[in-house]
Every structure is written in structure tokens, then in C-alpha cells.
Design a protein around this ligand. Sequence first.
Ligand SMILES: Cc1ncc(COP(=O)(O)O)c(C=O)c1O
Length: 464
Amino acid sequence: MTSVSVIAGPMHRGVKPINCQERIAYPKRDLILRSYEDKTQRSKTLFARAKKVLPAGVSYSIRDVIPYPFYVTCARGAKLTDVDGNVYTDYWMGHGVLLLGHSPKRVMDAVAEQIMKGTHFGFSHELELELADRIVDLIPSAEMVRFTSSGTEANMYASRLARAHTGRMKMAKVEGGWHGGYDSLHKAVHAPFDIPESAGLDPKALEDTLVVPFNDLDSARSALKGEDVACFIVEPVIGAGGFITPEPGYLEGLREICDETGTLLVFDEVITCFRLSPGGAQVFYGDEADITVIGKIMGGGFPIGAFCGRMEIFERLDHRRYPKMQERAFHGGTFTGNPVSMVAGITTLDIIRDGGVHRHIDALGDKMRRGLEDIIDRSRLSASVTGVCSAFAIHFQKEKPRNAREVERNDTETSKAYFSHLLSHNFALVKPALIHCFTGEPHTKEDIEEYLAATEEFFSSYQG
Ligand SMILES: Cc1ncc(COP(=O)(O)O)c(C=O)c1O
């Protein structure tokens, strides 16, 4: 075992640094976890309670932290404070929702005003038009919009609409693509891609979903050649699967194949829309979808989802035009068009539409990716960096993955050790085996430098 010197840097602001000036040796994960426990005793108590009423003690497995989660009491800008008073720099930013950071003042003020007028009307109101107008304005392929309460629901209704419009029942998706928990799309998210992603999934709901690798036009062409596939659903940049970007010509090629085969091209832009640009991936890459699924950022921190696209397709949702229920595609939901989510979304889109926020967060993203690559170049650890604009991921493998299959080369043990190291330095991220992060408006150059300093410390000292 090799001894290394671990120096506490400026990143330890406001928290008790671990291993400061101490000669320590890897593996030091136990030491790191002990130091985490020392400073999170209240969280530990809450976790003991949580396990009795919430399976695994959490509301979503992705939020689990080993040995137990820290419990957040307050969030402002890019910082989270936990029940023990520890302050974390957040690179998860509410599952990628918080482009403007936690509790941005303009959004909070608009929401506070709305709450006094009503939180949930259950009838039509002008705010839903206002948000729909902005979406149509920003996303080039959007002519009509319907709202949902989550990205999962939006994908479910979008695929139903694609089936209704084309009269075809099959769908195609890519390996590693995550579209939420809707049965028909909850397939081939994790390697080996051919076993069920969950207990309780109905195999009949999955059998019409075809799966192809990302960045592979030949496979897409052969999946769609029977001209019996309603839609090809793809994230323009693979998100949870490791922020993998499309190779030049890939999205354009999909567009062509879909046009040739009468298949609708659906972009799941739940992560990329309003992140890669105010108009999302379609403005950033210049390729247009028939149906676009959105969510996250456009709710301004409140629950939301939506699907939008060409009028000719969306008219299929119109019960006046299609009074027979077997001819129209149903969509609805109690909280659909919720006024609080609408106001938060309107305010957010008004703030970001001129591109100023994007210039800032993209510059931070560039600085982060360049800094990480530089550290990796100087290290004997094999790693690579993916991502674009304000999203970055670190893979402990030499070659940058070009699809989810290649992500499987990631050395997850090293990734988990890196995650624990960053947690001990009070960086809040997910997920230990595949770290993927977002920069947001409140992050500063100094935040990035602190993250890079902690990373440098890990890369120069980790011995496996
Ligand atoms: C690309 C993509 N689609 C769909 C979803 C599901 O959205 P939600 O969690 O709001 O249901 C997510 C969630 O992370 C996502 O990243």
C-alpha cells in the first residue's frame, strides 16, 4: 500500500476537512466514510427513522448515498445545507432541473404571488397558454403542446400519440436511453440490455419495443425497415446513461431514416431542452423531431413535463375533432397545467431566453471538462470525460464511450471511491458508479476550481 499526502484545499469551506495534512494510504474509503458519519449524525438518525416508512429509506433509489443520505434542510444557489449544518456544493442540481440554481429570486417571487391567487385551479387558465406560447416560440419543431406532471408521463403520452397517429404499434429506442418508468420504454436501460429492468414489468408491454445501439445508423435502419414502427425515441444526448453526445450526422441520419420509413422521430429532451440552448438540442444540433418530450428545467423547480410537436400530429389529441374515443389519443391528469408549475416555468424561460445564462453555464462546463481532461492526462488512472454545454460525466475507462455498451468498461469501483472522496469534500452528486453532473447559473469559476482541486487530489493519490 502506498502512502500519499492529502492536502486539504480551499474546497473545505465551512466543513470539517478530512485527512488534512495527514499521511494516509489507499484504500481509504473506510476512513472517508467514518469522517462522513462523524459530521452527519443527525442524518444518520433520520435515516434510521426513514427506513421504517420508506423502502430503503429513500423516495428514489438514485438519491441513496452510502452509508446513508444526508438530509437537506435548505437550498440556495449552488449550495445545499444538511440537518447537521454541513454545506455542500451541488452538481446534481435537482436531477438537472435547476439551471438557475436553488430558489432563484425571480422565480420564487412569481411563485409566491401565484400561491396567493390559487395553487391548483382544475380549470383552464391563461398561464398554460403563456407557457405553451414560449415553448412554441423556442423549440423550432413545436406547434402544439400538452402538459403533464413528469417526464415519464410525457413519454407515455407521446408514444401513445405516435401510435395513434401512425396506426403502428411498435416503437424503437436506444440502449441506455432513459425515458422514465413507463413500462413500454422501461427496457434496455442498463447492460446487459436484455434482462428486465424491474420486477413486475409486463413482457407483453415490452415485446413491441425494439432496441438499437446509440450512434449506429445501420442498426436504426434495419430496425425501421419493416415500416411497422410508430416512433423512434431517442435522447439527443444520452443523459443518465453517461452524457454521450451524438456523432456528427447521427441525428440527421435518424431524421432521414424516419422520413423514408414513415416513422415519427421523437426526441426525449427532458434533460437537453433548455439546457443545450434556450431551444434545446434541436437548436444546438440543428435537427428536428416530430414530437419532442420535455420536462425538468421548464418547471422552474416545480413538477412538470410536456410533449410538443407538429399540429397535424397533435390534432389527434383533440376530442372535438375526434369525438370517437377509439380514434383519438387520450391525454390528461389532475395536475396537468398546474398554475404554480406554469408560473415557475414562464419566469424561468423568460430569464434564459436571451442566451446569457447559457453563455455562463456553458463556459463553466467547458472549464470543468477541460480541467478534468488535463488532470486525467497527467494521471496514471484511466478515465475519460463526456458531456456538452453544462453537463459533464466522468468514466473510469480510457476510451470515451460512444454508446451505452461502451460505458460498461467503466471501472465502477474506482468511480465509487472517487464519489466517496468528493462527498467527503462536500460535493453533492449522483451516482457513485457513473458520476454525471450539471453546472448551473449560480456556480462560479471558484466552485469549478474547488471541484478540480478535489479531483486532482483523488487522481494523484488513488491506488486502487
Ligand atoms: C431523458 C429523460 N426522460 C425522461 C425522464 C423521466 O422524467 P421524470 O423523472 O420527470 O418522470 C428523465 C428523468 O430523469 C430523463 O432524464
